[in-house]
Ligand binder design. Structure first.
Ligand code: PEP
Length: 257
């Protein structure tokens, strides 16, 4: 039986302005009253411009909700127009930063060198990185999904200490399952989540491998989350579309009830 606390993270992507984000978090706060939040960690990743509002509601209403950035700059500060640093996120009470989402890799050319620098920048700022990895359809069809995903993992975590490796969250998100309605089967998710854990075991040993949380992401909904969470190496979900509705995301968070 795993001692890892399940983690449900909602990636809003480029949806919801601050007023819409405010309404969502207020409703989520009400709905999370029916969820045992001592048994699951619930996180939202809003657009940067919504985070100050999320912070205000979470703190004033004491909502058991952590939050973070969908991305983070690899740099500490300075002449990097358009970027947001880890320190800025931390100053807003953020706990997490997603790194290497497939949309960042595809549309912003982020490779392993960049994801590794961002993972390190998150730790340097006191944030927990959620490193996203996962294969495109062609790699899955060629049977190279594990190899491809592990290369992204190994590049992204290079140079971390064992302590950092135990804290990092890895999100396995097969690209063909993101926003497509095409969910990986629980066995597909388990296969790669286990390989990720075993790769961490080979690099950092048992205590890291047994502590690290590996999430599955790709068309997760309240109707499929229970089956996915039934798999031994799946410790939570990174949820896109279904995190934009408070009722649906609260049901996902409450998958144990
Ligand atoms: C995501 O954005 O990380 C994601 C998994 O999206 P969706 O749940 O919409 O497939």
């Amino acid at each position: 039986m795993s001692t890892r606390t399940p983690l449900m993270a909602g990636n809003w992507k480029m949806n919801l302005d601050w007023k819409q984000g405010l309404a969502l978090v207020e409703e989520l706060g009400e709905r999370l009253k029916d969820v045992d939040t001592s048994a699951v960690e619930v996180v939202v990743l809003p657009p940067f411009v919504d985070i100050r509002t999320v912070q205000t509601v979470v703190e004033s209403d004491r909502i058991p909700l952590a939050y973070g950035g969908q991305d983070i700059s690899a740099h500490e500060s300075g002449a990097y127009t358009g970027e947001v640093s880890g320190q800025m996120l931390k100053a807003l009470g953020a706990s997490y930063a997603a790194v290497g989402h497939s949309e960042r890799r595809e549309y912003h050319g982020e490779d392993e060198q960049v994801t590794n620098a961002k993972v390190k920048a998150a730790f340097a700022a006191g944030l927990v990185p959620i490193l996203c990895v996962g294969e495109p359809l062609e790699q899955r069809q060629a049977g190279k999904h594990v190899e491809y995903t592990l290369a992204q993992l190994e590049g992204g975590i290079e140079g971390l200490t064992a302590e950092q490796a135990a804290q990092i969250v890895i999100a396995y998100e097969p690209v063909w399952a993101i926003g497509t309605g095409e969910v990986a089967t629980p066995d597909d998710a388990q296969e790669v989540c286990r390989e990720i854990r075993e790769a961490l075991r080979a690099i950092h040993g048992d205590s890291v491998a047994d502590a690290v949380r590996v999430l599955y992401g790709g068309s997760v909904k309240s109707s499929n989350v229970v089956e996915l969470m039934g798999k031994e190496d799946v410790d939570g979900a990174l949820v896109g579309g279904a995190s934009l509705k408070a009722e649906e995301f609260a049901k996902i968070a409450g998958f144990q009830s």
